[in-house]
Design a binder for this molecule. Structure first.
Ligand code: ZN
Length: 241
């Protein structure tokens, strides 16, 4: 499952890989940005001892998510350590992650994403971008993305969502999808709106990936509980198995 948080030692979005994974009937988890270059060796070692297959999308901030604003200090993006972490774990690091919402980037607006794209060109890995509250504006984010990049929290109900005031896809999102950008649900605690999904379905826009954004709190207290629980919502909305 391509959007989870399963680094047990994360101070915020932690979980035990086997509780989010194998115990919920999920064979494979991709942790998305809980860990940056500083903790990748530790995370790799931990995941060698669990049943569930685990991969990492490395946070472009070297600390990973140890506070909500990991990209508010631009010095957190250290190219040398990121490239080393990618080179050291070619089978484990399968992409990079940038969280692009106001609470994360502070005053840095779009700059962390510009830097992430520069680094991505060197690694050739996919990039997942979290969207939430603006700034940065979703149009500026979407216009930077290229084929294979992933927009997660695609049906969030915050002002920076994918629809315009008339319920159509924002032109920047239309252009991004035409270029091959991928939509990922990334349900999470506050990042999924039935209203946005319903309207998206009305205009023929569907997610490429249904993922949970699971970590211990939203697994235990909801609204995520498990990938199966999230998928059931989509079955209820008329999706096929
Ligand atoms: Zn997440």
């Amino acid at each position: 499952m391509p959007h989870t948080h399963c680094y047990p030692e994360s101070p915020i979005y932690s979980d035990e890989p086997d509780l989010a994974g194998a115990s919920c009937g999920v064979t494979t988890l991709v942790d998305t940005g809980s860990v940056g270059a500083e903790d990748i060796d530790r995370f790799f070692a931990i995941t060698r001892k669990v049943k569930t297959n685990v991969y990492s999308l490395l946070n472009i901030a070297k600390t990973g998510i140890i506070a909500q604003n990991e990209l508010a200090d631009i010095l957190q993006i250290d190219e040398a350590s990121l490239q080393k972490a990618i080179a050291d774990h070619p089978e484990f690091v399968v992409g990079i992650k940038a969280r692009m919402s106001k609470s994360v980037v502070g005053e840095n607006s779009i700059t962390p994403l510009v830097k992430a794209k520069e680094m991505q060109k060197k690694s050739g890995l996919p990039l997942m971008v979290h969207i939430g509250n603006n700034p940065p504006n979703l149009d500026d984010i979407a216009d930077l993305l290229t084929k294979g990049d992933i927009i997660t929290h695609c049906f969030n109900g915050k002002p920076n969502h994918i629809l315009d005031d008339n319920g159509n896809l924002k032109p920047s999102i239309q252009r991004a999808l035409a270029r091959g950008v991928i939509l990922d649900v990334g349900h999470g605690g506050e990042s999924f709106s039935f209203k946005v999904l319903e309207q998206a379905m009305r205009i023929g826009t569907y997610p490429d990936i249904i993922s949970s954004d699971i970590y211990h709190k939203n697994r235990i207290n909801g609204p995520v509980y498990s990938l199966a629980f999230v998928m059931t919502k989509f079955l209820c909305m008329g999706f096929s198995i």
